[in-house]
Write a protein that binds this ligand. Structure first.
Ligand SMILES: CC(C)(COP(=O)(O)OP(=O)(O)OC[C@H]1O[C@@H](n2cnc3c(N)ncnc32)[C@H](O)[C@@H]1OP(=O)(O)O)[C@@H](O)C(=O)NCCC(=O)NCCS
Length: 154
């Protein structure tokens, strides 16, 4: 994905709804496009657990009745103060559908869900290689506030 982009016609803007199990195939395609290859069967199994967990929320964005993007988020508790925060766990819009507001609509849906659940803040990790994502998040008011460390276990 290029950091330069052309806005697409706003007449075909995206709408957002809560994901259901029947979105497993489209979500698998999106998660694969994000760089984590999977299939509909595995995604359906994952979604069965995720959708049953009230601390998680999964949204899909549609354009013209087609699922073109997804966002997944969860609520977690702060140790350093009272209360909850939201972690945006996954966000992806199909390459063919970028620039129609789907990404922003998905993030806003997650923020709204967090606020409704009295979360005070939202955090996310984004790989340093995803330069375009950085521009996108900054446009939505997000700021870089740290670095991520990771290590495989087991
Ligand atoms: C990043 C991503 C989610 C953006 O989705 P999108 O649907 O194209 O974004 P939107 O159309 O809602 O854009 C929202 C705003 O961000 C801006 N924006 C989006 N992508 C941008 C980019 N690459 N460079 C600069 N600005 C960008 C848009 O111009 C728009 O601003 P505007 O409202 O002033 O026009 C999408 O490109 C994507 O899925 N990328 C691959 C996966 C990825 O990087 N996910 C995030 C991982 S943490």
């Amino acid at each position: 994905m290029s950091a330069q982009r052309t806005a697409r016609p706003r007449t075909t803007r995206a709408s957002v709804r809560a994901a259901t199990l029947s979105d497993a195939k489209q979500i698998a395609t999106l998660v694969t496009a994000l760089g984590y290859p999977t299939n509909a069967t595995d995604m359906k199994r994952r979604l069965e657990s995720i959708l049953a967990d009230s601390t998680y929320r999964t949204f899909v964005a549609e354009v013209g009745g087609e699922v073109v993007g997804m966002a997944g988020a969860c609520l977690a508790r702060f140790y350093e103060k009272a209360g909850l925060y939201v972690r945006l766990v996954a966000l992806v819009v199909s390459e063919a559908s970028t620039g129609r507001g789907a990404g922003a609509a998905l993030v806003r849906a997650v923020e709204k869900w967090g606020a409704e659940n009295e979360a005070a803040e939202i955090f996310l990790n984004s790989g340093v290689q995803r330069e375009a994502a950085r521009s996108f998040y900054e446009k939505l008011g997000y700021r870089v506030t740290g670095v991520r460390f990771s290590k495989e276990l087991g």
